[in-house]
Design a protein around this ligand. Structure first.
Ligand code: SF4
Ligand SMILES: [Zn+2]
Length: 270
């Protein structure tokens, strides 16, 4: 099936009203760029948000690509500069968190991911967006599911899907993943065919040996295998009875959280 048809079907499945304001989390990479391009093309009401992580030349190239995309698509771009908003670059924030951790240092992407999710939810609410769209693809989803299985915690995938499941709260902005059923290689090719402004460089901080090992294994699988992992995990997890999560508000920042202190504040205070 063609990439565009797959994305159209995914969007149909999750039923998003076209007037709903969707904030697309734009990193400058191919996945989020294709996500914004297709949402705009299919007539959705989108704006872009870019988190400038202040990671030297890499971040500058990402920002350049994002600016170009938003100009071409004629959409509004919001920039969150982590240095001015949080006082330091992502590299500095991450290192200072890792230095304070006594055992089992958290990997770079795990820390970066928690902080970015926190920023996105907060900023989207401030900007009155109804949804956040991210560029996660089938490879990312299959990897995450396998990693959760290997960690012995498959239930961690319970909220995952083309739209966040099992969380409902007025302060939580639902996240959608229009590329949920599309393999990475097809997205790369599509972005090149359409000549989209993309920074194809790898993030210099993406160092997570375990995830890389799983990714290397995944690269030996066919598209069908990867689809089977994601579709069967969805089927299995849909059988797990679960009511909507009880959502609390973080005692430090007020953001929605499963615990008294949210993950981001937990990391920053350690
Ligand atoms: S690859 Fe990892 S460290 Fe780099 S921006 Fe993404 S989550 Fe952050
Ligand atoms: Zn918090």
């Amino acid at each position: 099936m063609k990439l565009e048809t797959k994305v159209k079907n995914t969007l149909k499945k999750i039923k998003i009203p076209k007037r709903n304001k969707i904030l697309v989390a734009l990193s400058g990479g191919k996945d989020s760029t294709v996500t914004a391009y297709l949402l705009k093309r299919f007539g959705y009401n989108i704006q872009g948000i870019h988190i400038d992580l202040s990671m030297g030349k890499y971040s500058q190239k990402c920002l350049k690509a994002v600016r170009e995309l938003c100009r071409d698509l004629k959409i509004k771009l919001h920039i969150y500069d982590i240095k001015s908003e949080m006082g330091s670059s992502m590299c500095y924030l991450r290192t200072s968190i890792q230095e304070k951790q006594v055992k089992g240092k958290l990997k770079n992407c795990a820390i970066c991911g928690v902080i970015k999710k926190w920023i996105l939810n907060r900023e989207s609410r401030k900007l009155k967006a109804g949804m956040i769209a991210t560029g996660h693809n089938l490879d990312d989803e299959a990897q995450t599911y396998l990693l959760n299985v290997l960690k012995g915690a498959p239930k961690l995938s319970l909220t995952s899907g083309p739209i966040t499941k099992n969380i409902k709260d007025k302060k939580f902005i639902p996240r959608i993943k229009p590329l949920f059923y599309v393999v990475e290689e097809d997205i790369r090719e599509y972005s090149k065919v359409k000549k989209l402004p993309v920074n194809y460089e790898k993030c210099p901080c993406a160092i997570d040996s375990y995830r890389i090992q799983v990714r290397e294994f995944m690269n030996t699988l066919s598209t069908k295998d990867k689809e089977n992992i994601v579709k069967n995990s969805e089927k299995l997890l849909s059988k797990v009875k679960r009511n909507n999560e009880k959502i609390l508000y973080c005692e430090i920042c007020g953001e929605p959280s499963r615990n008294n202190i949210c993950k981001k504040c937990e990391l920053i205070k350690t």
